[in-house]
Design a protein around this ligand. Sequence first.
Ligand SMILES: Nc1ncnc2c1ncn2[C@@H]1O[C@H](COP(=O)(O)OP(=O)(O)OP(=O)(O)O)[C@@H](O)[C@H]1O
Ligand SMILES: [Mg+2]
Length: 288
Amino acid sequence: MNRALVDLEQRVGEALVNDDRSRIDVLGYGEISTVLRLTVDGRPYACKRLPPFPESAIGPYREACTAYLVALGERGVRTASSTIEIVQTGGDPVIYCVQPIENVLLVDRLRTAGSDEVAALAHRLVSVIAEAIDDRLGLDAQISNWALDPDGGFVYIDVTTPLIRDDAGDEMLDTDLFLASLPAFLRPVIRRFLLGEILGHYYDARAALLDLIGNLKKERLAGAITVFREAANRVVDPPITNKEIDRYYRNDAVMWEVLQQLRRTDRWWQRSVRRRSYPVLLPGKVDR
Ligand SMILES: Nc1ncnc2c1ncn2[C@@H]1O[C@H](COP(=O)(O)OP(=O)(O)OP(=O)(O)O)[C@@H](O)[C@H]1O
Ligand SMILES: [Mg+2]
């Protein structure tokens, strides 16, 4: 596996320099990781490339991930089997989180399911989420972060951001990692004024469910909003309203667009003015 990842990282390095993505297969562009598809010994894997961070941060990151996977399991959340690999290609080491490709993603199932099945899935997923989250254990509950096992159980795949707090209530994750993919000039501002609030949403079942429902439209699943709202309102108080969902979606879409634009500007600045390569692959335009 590690040899294949070294080769993948070399191809990512080339793509970063010449902006030609024909030799890599990108499955998703996240806030923290870039997800690449890789076949090793005939088996397909999702390889999540983390932004470059100092070597001293690798151990603590691995610990936070392990603690997160264990805690989720204890709360009844199945997670995709995940291994952390350190990839060395000459420069700084790069971390990859590697998972076998899940065959059935929840977004795909919801797009083709009939209304009874959608309702059943919505109710079951809301229960899993509401039972897992508390102020020590968070989840990015968005619909794109779940797959289905052959027995119909939910599998959580987005484990690269360990949302777990220690006994003192502090994040186990070095939150600078969360900021690493932002332009440097933005980081202090976000760290000081926004980070607590952004992370806080993941540790609050109502906020996580609002985020899930608010983003169904982005996944072209607007038809499922009502049934998810009804399912969520069985467990949250005060109830989530349609107005709140619309407002949430608009704000989230604007924030995401602004962030992407800032990143593109930063990339231009790094390349054209500072004459150095930009370390993270950015998505093209996202349809909303
Ligand atoms: N194990 C997997 N099997 C199949 N597809 C996957 C797998 N892992 C990720 N993907 C695809 O890649 C997308 C992004 O993956 P993931 O949710 O892990 O990261 P992200 O949300 O992009 O990143 P971040 O947490 O850094 O914001 C998923 O929504 C899914 O479409
Ligand atoms: Mg995700």
